[in-house]
Design a protein around this ligand. Sequence first.
Ligand SMILES: *Cc1c(COP(=O)(O)O)cnc(C)c1O
Length: 412
Amino acid sequence: MNNEPGLTTEIVHSDREFGVEHGGLHKPIHTSVQYGFDKVEDLIGVFQGTLKGGFNYARQGTPTTAALEAKLTMMEQGVGTVSFATGMAAITALFLTLLRAGDHIVSSRYVFGNTNSLLGTLGDLGIAVSKVDACVVRHVAQALRPETRMVFVETVANPGTQIPDLDAIGRLCREKGVLFVVDNTILSPALFRPKDVGAGLVVHSLTKTIAGHGNALGGAVIDTGLFDWSRYPNINEAYRKGDAKQWGLTQIRKKGLRDMGGSLSSQHAHLIGAGAETLVLRLAQTSATAMALARFLEGHPAVARVHYPMLQSHPQHALAQKHFKAGSWLMAFELRNADACLEVLNRLKLPVKATGMGDSRTLVIPVAHTIFWEAGAAARAEMGIADGLIRVSVGLEDSADLIADFAQALAD
Ligand SMILES: *Cc1c(COP(=O)(O)O)cnc(C)c1O
């Protein structure tokens, strides 16, 4: 018999493991910006890090954000978490606190558009970036240099659903002593744990899968405990103290949260924590609906191609089957007639025409006309973004209702 509690059991009881306040079952929203002490020694203890679990100023965290961080650490089976106001704040803090001018980073070329833009900013700051097709580990291996500090990939890319060769890249990074960073926003630990393929750090936009309701922004960096920070050259002297497992996250918290200030509010931490309780249930529903919709679309004469990891036709289908419990809510499909794209979208009644993803409502967007418009036609062609490509973020609607709606929208 397996005595490990399931993920949902752990999530819904995690707040109580860290002390209930007044018997409340849910962690309260702590709104205080300042935290005071009876004895000045305790105030000093918070500053010097000797008073564990103490708070002093909400930019560095509150009891509510700390409770969410503990929950996320448990969910990714890590050793610690730092939360941020948005996913982009988390990724920016991670890059700017761990990389220096003269360093090099290898990134998948299939990453979230704003992350791609941020990689351009790193270039401006003197950090070299190689963007490779990480679906093939050889491309990552060939890009490595002596000054390569990290390899960055997303578990499932948006909108094309490309999947990097996760365990091969993990092995390569371990062999070379390079930090492996995985953005696990789309799948979440309900479907896949990057720690299982050797990731040292896991990044999340909590806004999407983990919150799941589209009412709160948030981000997080989680340390899996696998990376040996004593070998990482860019840790400041001040943070090279105590357990080396905590050095990286200490630097991200001090430099990235305290100094850069993209802090998560208690209100949003509470909303994200409440959303996380239904994570496993939502992903079972949205993954099943997405699979049914993907099969329906793949069989439709008006559709040229469907991008969904759990379809046999997906280029990395074997990888997805090996590593992921299900395919999640993200898919994209190409119409045979790109000119019909806007008309089809306007005929859809249930899905909302909106950017963003991971909401409880199904969202659709024409990719070339919107999120990849600024990139230009040449970059779109290189990334495989066809003019008739539609991204679908599958919500909680009943599967039959959604499929019927797509059927009527595609009928001519
Ligand atoms: C949305 C997203 C982000 C950015 O998160 P925000 O919370 O919107 O800032 C980062 N990575 C991925 C994969 C995303 O989908």
